[in-house]
Design a protein around this ligand. Structure first.
Ligand SMILES: [Zn+2]
Length: 173
């Protein structure tokens, strides 16, 4: 009985911490976090909406050529949103120069990406995608800088940059 009470209490306080964190972060950026309206489009529909390159990367898991994205050199403050459904995925404050030729971040916006294990190169890698539309974004590795030690290695063509001060695009429905 005591143990059960303790566990319930622990869950409640963890939830309270999570809520207060989300509240703080949302206030900071105004970005959509975690909970968002669902989207249900077929690949054929995405193919009609998106240009060929983003479609191939996001819905056929192609990888763009390194050094090909202008977002490698993007240094302004702002938000990186999913190029398909416009869900915010990264803040510029988490971007760093990884030297790999792909835009890289040490942290994604919590709750807005989801991961799966990818065996394409025989050794397992962690693939991640937009949690809303499922569009592939990149892979996350454990060789990133502090404070997280993570390197979210993103295809630039799968993101759109919105400079601070400009309105984020409405989520695509
Ligand atoms: Zn998306």
């Amino acid at each position: 009985m005591h143990r059960r009470l303790f566990i319930t209490g622990a869950i409640a306080s963890a939830a309270a911490v999570a809520v207060s964190r989300i509240g703080f972060a949302a206030q900071e950026s105004g970005a959509v976090k975690g909970k968002f309206p669902p989207i249900d489009k077929t690949r054929a529909q995405w193919q009609q909406i998106l240009a060929a390159k983003p479609y191939q990367v996001m819905f056929e898991e192609a990888t763009e050529k390194p050094w090909s994205s202008p977002l490698n050199d993007e240094k302004r403050d702002g938000t990186y949103v999913c190029a398909a459904c416009f869900l915010p995925l990264f803040e510029s404050s988490a971007k760093f120069d990884s030297g790999t030729g792909w835009p890289s971040f040490f942290q994604s916006i919590e709750g807005n990406t989801a991961t799966k294990t990818d065996w394409k190169l025989l050794l397992p890698r962690t693939e991640y995608h937009c949690a809303r539309c499922g569009g592939h974004q990149g892979h996350v590795f454990d060789d990133g800088p502090p404070p997280t030690g993570k390197r979210w290695c993103n295809n630039g063509v799968a993101l759109q940059f919105v400079p601070r001060g400009e309105d984020l695009p409405a989520l695509r429905t």
